[in-house]
Design a protein around this ligand. Structure first.
Ligand code: HEC
Length: 147
């Protein structure tokens, strides 16, 4: 065992890491990913009603921090989707999960820069990753956000 660790420089062998995925994919979606994505999608935009037009945007430090935190959750949840026991294959599944990590990282940066337009754009990109994976692996699901 000691030999295994010492032979690998500063990267511990992933195969030996004591991962213990607890949530199945559905629970991970409902408990982790969906609420975090909702924070991002709900943070910036325009709400038009008969009476008025309202611009949504984070205004306080706390609100921007909440968007940043949600972006971190979306990002790292992409990594959680890749864990053995969750990943459905080692090809397209990984591509979608990796794309989620990369787009999520852009969302983190946009939130840190307080870039409203950036959050709006990256929100659309997040949506496309969610629906892309769902279309392929859960074709019966019609929307990334079932009602
Ligand atoms: C790598 C693939 C993948 C990505 C990326 C992905 N999902 Fe999913 N998602 C799934 C799978 C597979 C299911 C079906 C799980 C099941 O019912 O067993 C699912 C189901 C869901 C569900 C339905 C859960 C239920 O109760 O039926 C929601 C909501 C959801 N995903 C939200 C999201 C959101 C939001 C994103 C993007 C931020 C996202 N997903 C990204 C694979 C993915």
């Amino acid at each position: 065992m000691a030999g295994l660790v010492s032979g690998c420089g500063d990267r511990p062998p992933a195969a030996g890491a004591p991962f213990m995925p607890v949530a199945d994919i559905r629970l991970l979606m409902n408990a982790v990913l969906d609420p975090a994505a909702d924070v991002i999608w709900g943070s910036v935009g325009t709400i038009v009603t008969a009476e008025k037009t309202e611009e949504l945007e984070p205004r306080t430090d706390e609100e921007w921090t909440a968007v940043r935190n949600a972006a971190v959750v979306v990002t790292e949840a992409g990594n959680l989707l890749m864990l053995e026991g969750r990943a459905k294959d080692s090809a397209d599944w990984m591509t979608f999960a990796r794309a989620q990590v990369e787009i999520g990282a852009r969302a983190v940066k946009a939130a840190e820069a307080r870039d409203k337009a950036g959050i709006f754009q990256v929100g659309a990109d997040i949506y496309n990753v969610c629906s892309g994976c769902h279309q392929q692996y859960v074709p019966q699901m019609r929307d990334a956000r079932p009602q």
